[in-house]
Design a protein around this ligand. Structure first.
Ligand SMILES: Nc1ncnc2c1ncn2[C@@H]1O[C@H](COP(=O)(O)OP(=O)(O)OP(=O)(O)O)[C@@H](O)[C@H]1O
Length: 581
């Protein structure tokens, strides 16, 4: 598993290997120059002790200045390159995740809440970015720093080098001891933060309920409590961080003291020159940062590993609804004949079938209403037709072709579908309606809006068709939203139109008029009208009555209302409700 994670990280890095290699080479150069500079200082100090002529010392100073400026520049380039690689990988993964999500069926999103997916696409990607930017940089830096510095230190003085560095493993131990604690505390902060955001999000959406039930005080207390918990978590994290850094600094000072104590003796014993001693101090200082950073890198790696698994858990999900290997293209013009032959469907994890041996044949241009009790399988049937559900082959047919074999874009182009919840994007009314074909001229958009009986109301909006709806604009009434969604479905001019309770917020008369409009004209669509509005359903050519996943009755309104059965009782109930209103 560990190897496969490394392989995955390698796969992510592969497209950007050039920048990664350039960044690492830049680090090598920085470290090589970084090792050379203390040697120059060493020579300068030694010359200073003996020389009466200061010219060589000045030369060294100028050279040191040039080299350190160069180092600054190359180090900056290495950081830009390596952090850039992290950002590039983050960008690629975001693209891949989004493209993959677009391939998945709606059922996946019921099982995986948006909050979790967003978290993976943000904080997990952040961990991978850090791992590939920061961790690669710090590992390369530490390896080069030790590989180049240590041999030079040892040639200056073996004993002093070993004594001064003997303290360094303690830094790694300190960082490691703290890293578990820091990670737990960091997670706690994130958890408290998401609890608080969730509460804010919920309260903002449920503001009307809070007011109606006069729950302001309770919500205030709940917010205070969560905010207090977030504060505590943040303070705890700050305490650990502020303890760790002084510890690392103290260990660096201890190493310096050891060096000073043993170094002065070594100078007295003429085992080392003053310049050499100064160089050793500079070298051991150089190693403090890479050593401490190595500890943090281990933590970044552990965190990144978990995130790789979480990201891969999205990218490796196989889309259940895909084009068949040799998809059938629908013969044109599409007639719009729909058939179900022994159609069965059970939701994953459910024991009861939502559709049981459903059979029907709907002729091109026919308007068929589907009515029935709550939970009888009407929406399931509506979702099965455009293959939003993973149905088995040879059960549903469009113009005689098995639906599961039809090319998905052909199928979705042939069936326009208005779902129960009329979701609108936060953009203009015009963009919402022309969603299926953004190139459409306004005149066509207006025509479909007239068909959907929403044109007049749109003209009364502040900027007519350019009015922005949703969070950033005006709020539409339920009925307006439904009719705008209907107009959006009519735009694609598909031969089959499915309305899944899509006119429930529209009054009966308007719903009947819309249905009437749709069933007129030369290019009549095949319309499936799922509804609880029986008076509108009654005007359709035929009615299918569903109960517990089965079609229990079929016929015209006049036929069905005379037969004892579910339709008759639903109709009687409807008549009674009409009377009471
Ligand atoms: N995503 C799902 N997972 C599991 N079961 C589901 C799912 N969606 C619907 N069901 C179940 O399938 C059955 C049929 O539901 P469906 O939504 O098709 O009924 P409906 O006739 O459209 O109801 P309504 O008139 O209330 O819209 C119900 O028992 C429902 O609980």
């Amino acid at each position: 598993m560990a190897r496969s994670r490394l392989q995955k990280l390698g796969d992510y890095l592969r497209p950007h290997w050039r920048n990664a290699v350039l960044g690492i080479i830049a680090l090598l150069v920085v470290n090589a120059v970084g090792v050379y500079v203390p040697l120059l200082i060493k020579d300068a100090v030694d010359q200073l002790r003996q020389a009466s002529d200061f010219a060589p010392v000045w030369n060294s100073i100028v050279l040191i200045f040039i080299l350190t400026s160069l180092m600054w520049f190359i180090r900056m380039a290495s950081r830009i390159l390596l952090f850039g690689v992290g950002r590039q990988v983050e960008f690629d993964l975001k693209q891949n995740i989004f493209q993959h999500l677009l391939k998945l069926e709606p059922a996946y999103f019921y099982a995986n809440p948006a909050g979790d997916l967003i978290n993976k696409a943000t904080s997990d990607l952040d961990n991978i970015r850090r791992l590939l930017g920061f961790a690669v940089l710090s590992i390369a830096n530490t390896v080069f720093a030790y590989a180049l510095t240590l041999p030079v230190m040892l040639t200056i003085n073996v004993k002093l080098t070993l004594w001064s560095l003997s303290i360094y493993p303690l830094m790694l131990v300190a960082v490691q001891l703290f890293s578990d604690r820091l990670r737990t505390e960091q997670l706690a902060v994130q958890e408290e933060l998401s609890n608080l955001s969730e509460l804010i999000q919920e309260d903002m959406s449920g503001m009307a309920l809070i007011k109606i039930y006069a729950q302001e005080e309770n919500e205030r207390t709940a917010f205070h409590q969560l905010n207090q918990q977030l504060l505590q978590a943040n303070l705890l994290l700050a305490k650990s961080r502020n303890t760790l850094f002084p510890i690392i600094q103290s260990l660096a000072y201890v190493s310096l003291l050891v060096l000073l104590w043993l170094g002065t003796r070594a100078i007295q014993a003429q085992e080392i020159t003053i310049g050499g001693f100064v160089a050793l101090i500079l070298y051991s200082e150089r190693l403090v940062f890479p050593t401490a950073l190595l500890g943090f890198t281990i933590t970044a790696y552990q965190r990144g590993e978990v995130s790789v698994d979480r990201i891969e858990s999205i990218l490796t999900v196989e889309p259940k609804i895909q084009n068949s290997l040799q998809p059938t293209h629908l013969p044109t013009p599409i007639q719009g004949k729909l058939e179900a032959r022994h159609l069965n469907y059970t939701y994953p994890g459910s024991k009861v079938p939502a559709l049981k041996d459903v059979n029907f044949s709907i002729s091109p241009g026919e308007t068929v209403a589907i009515v029935g009790s709550i939970g009888s399988g009407k929406s399931t049937l509506a979702n099965a037709l455009p293959r939003l559900l993973d149905i088995a082959p040879n059960q549903l047919f469009l113009d005689g072709c098995d639906l599961t074999q039809i090319d998905l874009s052909d199928l979705r182009g042939a069936i326009a579908y208005v779902p129960q919840d009329s979701f609108l994007f936060s953009t203009t009314v015009k963009n919402n309606i022309s969603y299926g074909d953004p190139t459409l001229p306004l005149s066509k958009i207006e025509t479909v809006a007239k068909y959907a009986q929403v044109h007049q109301e749109i003209l009364n909006f502040p900027q007519n068709y350019e009015t922005v709806v949703g969070e950033r604009g005006i709020n539409l009434s339920g009925g307006q939203r439904q009719r705008t969604s209907l107009a959006r479905a009519l735009v694609i001019d598909a031969p089959v139109l499915i309305l899944d309770d899509a006119l429930s917020s529209v009054d009966n008369q308007t719903a009947t008029d819309i249905l009437h409009n749709l069933s007129q004209g030369s290019d009549r669509k095949t319309v499936i009208f799922i509804s609880h509005q029986l008076s509108a359903a009654a005007t359709s050519d035929r009615i299918l009555v569903m109960d517990k996943g089965e079609i229990v009755q079929s016929g015209t309104h006049t036929e069905l209302v005379q037969q004892p059965g579910l339709y008759q009782s639903l109709w009687n109930q409807h008549q009674l409700e009409e009377l009471l209103h």
